[in-house]
Write a protein that binds this ligand. Structure first.
Ligand code: C2E
Ligand code: CA
Ligand code: CA
Ligand code: CA
Length: 287
């Protein structure tokens, strides 16, 4: 649930009042939250559309504020990016996700969980320590590199030579890269040539309405055509695909027919605390 408009700091953060001091205040608040351990990670299953098995989890950060309750990332990630706090916050998300994934793998094995995927902001890619941080998170947790997927948006990846070198270093380490929100950027196709991606995540905007039998508008028809074309292109390039934001079974069936074998969305599993996933994995463990 969106928490928009609950506290004054949100109005300030939107720039409606005293933006400079509000900016500083939210930045300071985020710093304090990180120091106080107020961030949590929820994990959303990434699911085989063929057999319903969980093939991975996406790590999504939450802020459990003492007064404001659970704050959505949409309400604080932009501020964390502006202030630079996304670098230490993202480092924490990376380390914690590797630790949790390694613990699940040790307990349940790779038949129950293949990989874990935190989100990475462009600011992190420009941090000179980023590649070393990833290597340390893997080494300290014992998570094998190919079980880590870093989710990056197209806009993050388009930023020039330095980012390109970082991405190739990660690729060479064996870490897998996913292009998030695919299809929403300006140069999705040319990007696929230059970027060492393993996974393409079809944006939810192409999944919305895809279940309609007679696409009633040219836009709806185009969404289906794009979804099908992205699946075929990914296939031809040897990339895996994930269809995002699946909210009902008709969408899941339709996407399977369009060539998607893996999906994510409320219909397949909500983001949930790690304890809940541990219960699910325990119930699925083959004895
Ligand atoms: P995203 O990476 O595209 O993540 C998917 C978002 O869609 C998540 O929202 C997820 O809860 C939501 N979602 C999943 N299935 C469905 C569905 O069936 N229907 C609908 N309506 N929504 C669905 P969330 O957790 O609020 O995160 C929003 C965005 O915040 C993420 O979008 C990502 O860009 C960013 N974010 C979250 N955690 C992190 C993080 O640790 N670091 C960074 N840099 N960004 C993060
Ligand atoms: Ca993502
Ligand atoms: Ca996405
Ligand atoms: Ca998104």
């Amino acid at each position: 649930a969106k928490e928009r408009g609950r506290g004054n700091w949100l109005r300030y953060a939107d720039g409606m009042e005293r933006p400079a001091s509000a900016h500083a205040r939210l930045g300071g608040d985020l710093r304090r939250a990180l120091d106080e351990g107020e961030f949590r990670i929820v994990y959303q299953p990434i699911v085989s559309l063929d057999d319903g098995g969980i093939v991975g989890v996406e790590a999504l950060v939450r802020w459990e504020h003492p007064d404001r309750g659970l704050v959505s990332p949409a309400d604080f990630i932009p501020a964390a990016e502006r202030t630079g706090l996304i670098v230490p916050l993202g480092r924490w998300v990376l380390r914690e996700t590797c630790r949790q994934a390694a613990a699940w793998l040790a307990e349940f094995g790779p038949d129950v969980l293949e990989k874990a995927a935190p989100n990475v902001s462009v600011r992190q890619l420009h941090d000179p320590d980023f590649v070393a941080d990833v290597a340390a998170a893997l080494a300290d947790s014992g998570l094998p590199p190919h079980r880590l997927v870093l989710e990056l948006t197209e806009s993050a990846v388009l930023r020039g030579q330095h980012v390109s070198r970082v991405l190739h270093e990660l690729h060479d380490m064996g870490v897998r890269l996913a292009l998030d929100d695919f299809g929403t950027g300006e140069s999705s196709l040319s990007l696929l040539r230059a970027f060492p991606a393993a996974i393409v995540k079809l944006d939810k905007s192409f999944v919305d309405g895809i279940e309609l039998d007679e696409p009633d508008t040219p836009a709806a028809h185009a969404r289906q055509a794009v979804a099908r074309a992205v699946a075929q292109l990914a296939d031809a390039l040897g990339l895996e695909t994930v269809a995002e934001g699946i909210e009902n079974q008709v969408q899941a069936d339709r996407l399977l027919r369009l060539g998607y074998h893996v999906g994510q969305g409320y219909h397949l599993g909500r983001p949930m605390p790690p304890e809940r996933l541990t219960e699910i994995f325990a119930a699925r463990r083959v004895r």
